[in-house]
Design a protein around this ligand. Structure first.
Ligand SMILES: O=C(O)CCC(=O)C(=O)O
Length: 214
């Protein structure tokens, strides 16, 4: 089935009220039916991997599956694990091009995370690796089960939660990574699968060593 990622949307990105940050959100960046198709397609097509990290001397599975894609120079390294980028699949290229055109920012790599259920999540962290520059623009597309995404202000500890819905787009820009950590909590509630795509840009002139998260 053909995905129409360019279907016109009525709403647009709206600013999220977070001091010292530039965060915007659009709940319906992709129409609901299309988001489900896209979820299923990515679930089947991407070369998902179960990676492990060393924690207190033991190898443990990270709580999600992931897949790293991008230009050949975009290496992704964390906890002694170095991921070479798989090529962008046609569907990822389509999303990348739409994001670049709508946001006026370049993107050349994407981390795909598949949270299979509520036992999967991502610890609090900032996407603040030097390779991403001082004010990176991170475009995060969510598909599947809605999940709670949290920001924590590094100065005053203030926590702000956002429900990331299927088909939504969250854009983090400006000083967001300098002043906030963000993450995806695990939950005991019955929870379906969710795929998240975070598009980023790494200039070819740097040797990237992106720090990953538990
Ligand atoms: O799944 C999410 O919404 C969070 C992803 C994330 O924080 C990241 O890829 O750095």
């Amino acid at each position: 089935m053909q995905l129409n990622l360019f279907a016109s949307q009525v709403s647009a990105l709206v600013p999220v009220s977070l001091p010292d940050a530039d965060v915007r959100y659009q709940s319906d960046w992709i129409a609901p039916a299309e988001a489900i198709q896209l979820f299923e397609r990515l679930q089947q097509e991407l070369p998902w991997r179960q990676d492990t990290i060393k924690l207190y001397g033991r190898e443990v599975n990270i709580p999600r599956l992931q897949s790293w894609h991008g230009a050949p120079h975009c290496e992704y390294t964390y906890s002694n694990l170095c991921m070479s980028p798989a090529p962008m699949s046609p569907i990822l290229v389509k999303l990348q091009q739409r994001l670049s055109s709508e946001l006026g920012a370049p993107f050349n790599c994407v981390l795909a995370n598949w949270y299979r259920d509520g036992n999967d999540g991502m610890g609090m962290h900032a996407d603040d690796e030097p390779e991403l520059g001082t004010k990176p623009v991170i475009a995060s597309v969510s598909l599947g089960y809605p999940r709670r995404f949290s920001f924590k202000h590094l100065g005053n500890g203030q926590r702000t939660d956002l429900l990331l819905e299927s088909g939504s787009l969250l854009v983090m820009a400006g000083d967001t990574q300098r002043h906030y950590h963000h993450g995806l909590s695990k939950t005991r509630k019955p929870t379906g699968g969710r795929i998240n795509l975070t598009f980023r840009y790494i200039p070819a002139s740097t040797t990237p060593a992106l720090e990953g998260n538990e």
